[in-house]
Design a protein. Structure first.
Length: 177
């Protein structure tokens, strides 16, 4: 609950950002490509993550996100060892921006997504997927106004009672178009 309140507070701050800062922030299409580290109940997975978004106004936008796994992790269930891998993840977000300058922003985002994980053990495999409500915070800096770096944290709260959550830390190259 504390994390939800923190994310909501950050979004509110973004929405209430000063008019002078908001006017200097560029709007339009942006994209990002990077690495995400996914932690969830004894599993540590890695993924290549891509985002495509549209900054509707200086302080609000929408973005889509997709990822596929590149780092597996060892898991043990009922005494049987296996390997877990993120098959894919996809989500859509509403994003609030707090422009610090024409090159730097803080951001907060809230969205809904789907994640699919595959576990292999004893020569067989099984996949499971889950829907989640996602929320997070981060920041980005554009070195030359177009090319930059973005770091963020996203919490995925899965909708099934026993599915739990995942913490996703990411770093990405970002580009404004």
């Amino acid at each position: 609950m504390k994390i939800i309140l923190a994310a909501a507070s950050a979004a509110a701050l973004c929405a209430l950002s000063g008019a002078a800062l908001a006017q200097s922030a560029p709007t339009g299409v942006y994209g990002a490509l990077g690495y995400a580290d996914v932690h969830s109940d004894n599993v540590d997975l890695g993924a290549i993550q891509g985002r495509l978004g549209y900054r509707i106004m200086p302080y609000a936008g929408i973005e889509g996100e997709a990822a596929f796994g590149v780092k597996k992790d060892d898991v043990t269930f009922a005494g049987v060892s296996g390997r877990a891998k993120l098959e894919h993840e996809a989500a859509i977000y509403g994003v609030g921006f707090l422009p610090l300058s024409d090159k730097a922003d803080l951001l907060a985002r809230v969205g809904y997504g789907n994640t699919k994980v595959k576990v292999s053990a004893l020569g067989s495999s099984a996949s499971a997927d889950g829907d989640s409500w996602n929320f997070g915070v981060g920041g980005q800096y554009h070195f030359d106004g177009k090319n930059g770096v973005r770091v963020d944290y996203t919490r995925q709260e899965f909708t099934k009672d026993d599915a739990g959550h995942a913490d996703v830390y990411s770093i990405a190259y970002t580009r404004r178009f």
